[in-house]
Design a binder for this molecule. Sequence first.
Ligand code: F6R
Length: 242
Amino acid sequence: MKIYRTKDYEEMSKKAAHIIAAQIVLKPDCVLGLATGSTPVGTYKNLVEWYKNGDLDFSALSSCNLDEYRGLSPENDQSYRYFMNTNLFDHVNIRKDHTFVPDGQEENSDKACQMYEQIIHDLGGIDLQLLGLGHNGHIGFNEPAEEFPKITHCVDLTESTIQANKRFFEKESDVPRQAYTMGIGTIMSAKKILVVVSGEDKADILSKIINGPITPQVPASILQLHPDVTIVADNAALSKVK
Ligand code: F6R
């Protein structure tokens, strides 16, 4: 694992954006694996800025997102498709029909997940996968479990996630109960992986990911086995790493 330490969130975002930009420059028709959540927002802002300055061209690349809520339409402002459109895709010259997110509207979960694996396969696999890190070590929606899930699958959201999400919806019954997510095997198949981590609240889990045992109880610990992982984290997030 290569670890870059930055002084704060802004510097982390810039460094991560530089790594993604380098990938795009070196292979303009690359396949980027993308993430939602709060951590990559600054990274996407830098990429948009560099595109607007004429320094980056997204016109040949494709993207695949990690996950999507089951049952939400792309227009729903809580869907991950909506997040990607508003934070990145709407602001750069990416071909929208070359951006992929699991199909949250496909009710048949086996079909939705198989289709997504097929899309990634047909694209020739992911060149660079961007990841955020959950407080319990989750990546995508792969939560602590007895074993590492291999391929894209449907997960039941935990009661605490449902409760945490309900503030974003009109009524509790609107909160999605399930999500489609790339599996750990899907993520590990990416040629390169870039993990962005910020803040003291991630310090404990980040030290476990880097130095702790590899266990499905800490899903991201498996990244220790990947041959090309770069972690970009700020001082606060790295404060417990010796
Ligand atoms: C996002 C995703 C999640 C987040 C993780 C960290 O597509 O799959 O695993 O990366 O929950 O979220 P933030 O960045 O909000 O702390």
